[in-house]
Design a protein around this ligand. Structure first.
Ligand code: WT7
Length: 653
């Protein structure tokens, strides 16, 4: 095959297979016939049966590319579906969230009936502050129960929200508030992170200096520290809700059109002005609730834990809206996995007998780096399903997760999706799908995904190319807020009426999808287009490696040469011998072409606040350029450290 016949070449082959355990298959929510359903019939049935409507929809879909309208004519309320109807059905005593604060011993359970009362009280409070249907509200909080309560209160009133991740800075908050024109901000005094208070209100005050649209601010007292309160603008949550009625009739759920705005969520990628991704009401809720039911095999007595932050789409869809719509009991944890010690997550799994755990490869690799002994301190036998999202998962991390967390027993669902897609789109169905470590396997039933070359032809089995979606899906974005041209250009200009996801992928002979990372990260070595994930996975395959990131740097001979940044397990330091060993290991796993020209050992990799490796910055380091935009970086000191180590590696050459 000539190097240029494929958009991306793929070379790393993973041979391990995991058949669904028969006992799991027998009881699974998803059965093989789900794949045989006609996509219109599937979404129509799910829409009708999974949600409670005020007015039924009259048409499933109106598709005028690049804009879709789903469940046309239907009216409903998201809060009613997530809260009220469960109480009305007699499930008010069921736990909605087991909340676990970061400081030792702070925990309580919130039932659906209590959740309803809290939501109603807060919705009444918001009304008192002038919030009505259509009023945009910003929410800037940590992982406290009042965060989903605030989101649901907005949904109850028909007020669209934007949740801004509590780890974002004042500037990031101001950009989002201003883009949406928010009139009210809900925040808290401080949050907890690894034992240290995060000054949310102070950041909010700084942001609000440049946010003229915000007239009122609600401040939850979480840590109880004194914060400045501006007279006439700021009110404490506790004062705002005191005396408010909490019966549902005092604040009925606003009937919303299927296509009314539910929320904006800003996604920055790794560069450029954040995009306000538009998610609407009915299609979004059908999409997230349906996938939550089948992909996570949730049962009425499940204790489900998605360990993401609600500030990301993962939390919106799979901590708040999907699980609550399905009446599921969830876990909500405020803090970091290593506080007070590195077994905190496993203590939580044991305490609540969690049966479904959903997290990200970056977290799995952190646990891998710390070692399995922390998980071994706890009884994890309640777990029956594990999930992964956010990045391609390296096969070794997949195997570690299954062995040390899943007791070599649990299926793992590697779920591919995006802020833009709203819902999981490529995923195994546990109990149906044969799993391959590193593959997200098949499009969810009803979803039409494919891999195209540069010219828009579908590429054959084994060849790499660009991931596209050829048919609308209910939770798809309805645009970018106030940016039609950017919407068209980013997602719909490359292949006409086909959605371009921006990810590389290949499909194997069995029709299984292997995600190859963002298209911008692909390297070109001697005319071979090589994906970063394959070289990284070959490195992580080495028993001493916990985590690796690779990128290309300009090279006069080969066009680009591969630079690898490697974190070893435990506290091991790199050596020249290890460096050679790793280069040989990659050559053996993939081929000499993929051998890194340089290896830099580093205790940490630069990541976005959502845990994605920022290869763009590694390219800057590798090419000894001034660093590009670092505002989305979680910990800026990491890059400085890597720069120093890269210098040292150069001078040792
Ligand atoms: C990008 C979307 C989806 C919720 C969290 C991230 C990457 C996501 C996978 C996966 C390989 C994945 C893609 C995608 N990604 N899940 N299972 N395998 N890559 O949402 O911040 O919008 O990021 O994350 O590159 O495009 P997001």
């Amino acid at each position: 095959m000539s190097p240029d016949s494929h958009a991306i070449e793929t070379m790393l082959l993973e041979e391990r297979r995991y058949e669904p355990p028969p006992e799991f298959a027998a009881q699974a929510n998803a059965q093989p016939d789900l794949y045989e359903r006609d996509w219109r019939e599937l979404w129509e049935t799910e829409g009708r049966e999974r949600l409670t409507w005020f007015q039924p929809f009259t048409e499933l879909l109106e598709w005028e590319p690049p804009y879709a309208r789903w469940y046309v004519g239907g009216t409903l309320n998201v809060c009613f579906n997530c809260v009220d109807r469960h109480v009305e059905a007699g499930n008010g005593d069921k736990v909605a969230y087991h909340w676990e604060g970061e400081p030792a011993g702070e925990r309580y359970a919130l039932t659906f009936a209590e959740l309803q009362r809290e939501v109603v009280r807060f919705a009444n409070a918001l009304r008192g502050l002038g919030v009505a249907k259509g009023t945009p509200v910003a929410i800037y909080m940590g992982m406290v129960p009042e965060l989903p309560i605030a989101m649901l209160a907005c949904a109850r009133l028909g007020a669209p929200h934007t949740v801004v991740f509590g780890g974002f800075s004042a500037d990031a908050l101001a950009d989002r508030v201003n883009d949406m024109g928010c009139e009210v901000l809900v925040t808290q005094d401080e949050g907890w992170r690894r034992g240290t208070p995060v000054p949310l209100k102070r950041n909010a005050d700084e942001a609000l200096e440049s946010c003229p649209s915000v007239g009122r601010v609600v401040v939850l007292q979480r840590t109880g520290s004194a914060v400045s309160m501006r007279q006439g603008r700021d009110v404490s949550w506790q004062d705002a809700v005191s005396g408010q009625p909490d019966d549902s009739a005092s604040c009925p759920c606003e009937p919303m059109d299927a296509e009314d705005l539910l929320y904006l969520l800003y996604t920055s990628g790794t560069t450029a002005k954040p995009k306000g991704i538009v998610h609407t009401t009915a299609g979004y809720l059908v999409g997230v609730a349906t996938t939550h039911h089948y992909v996570f095999d949730v049962k009425p007595d499940s204790v489900y834990w998605c360990a993401a932050d609600i500030g990301w789409v993962t939390g919106h869809s799979y901590i708040v809206y999907g699980p609550l719509c399905n009446g599921t009991t969830g876990v909500l944890y405020e803090g970091t996995p290593d506080y007070p010690d590195k077994d905190r997550w496993w203590e939580i799994v044991e305490r609540y007998r969690v049966d479904i755990l959903y997290t990200a490869p970056t977290a799995i690799r952190a646990h891998m780096k710390w070692g399995p002994e922390y998980a071994q301190r706890h009884d994890l036998s309640s777990l029956r399903l594990l999930g992964s999202v956010g990045e391609p998962i390296n096969p070794e991390a997949w195997r570690w997760y299954r062995e040390h967390i899943g007791g070599d027993r649990t299926p793992i669902v590697d779920t591919w999706w995006q802020t833009e897609t709203g819902m999981i789109l490529i995923t195994p169905l546990p109990g149906v799908t044969t799993l391959k470590p590193g593959s997200a396997t098949k499009p969810f039933p009803g979803v039409d995904a494919a891999v195209y070359d540069e010219r828009g032809n579908e590429v054959g089995p084994g060849a790499g190319g660009y991931l596209v979606l050829r048919r609308p899906w209910p939770a798809m974005l309805r645009g970018i807020h106030n940016a039609h041209d950017r919407y068209v250009e980013t997602y719909w200009s490359r292949y006409g009426d086909v959605y371009f996801a921006g990810d590389g992928a290949r499909v194997d002979e069995d029709g299984d999808f292997w995600l190859l990372g963002r298209v911008d990260d692909v390297m070109n070595v001697s005319g071979h287009r090589i994906s970063t994930i394959e070289v990284e996975s070959a490195l992580v395959d080495h028993p001493h490696v916990a985590e690796a990131a690779v990128c290309g740097r300009a090279d006069p001979q080969t066009g680009q040469a591969i630079v690898a940044y490697v974190t070893l397990k435990g506290a091991e330091e790199g050596s020249v011998a290890m460096l050679e060993e790793l280069r040989d290991h990659v050559a053996r796993k993939i081929g000499p072409i993929a051998k890194p020209a340089n290896v830099v050992f580093t205790p940490e990799l630069p990541k976005t606040r959502s845990g994605k490796i920022m290869r763009r910055l590694l390219r800057d380091v590798a090419e000894q350029r001034a660093l590009g935009d670092t505002t989305t970086l979680a910990d800026p000191t990491v890059v400085e450290e890597i720069q120093q180590r890269a210098e040292a590696e150069k001078s040792a050459e």
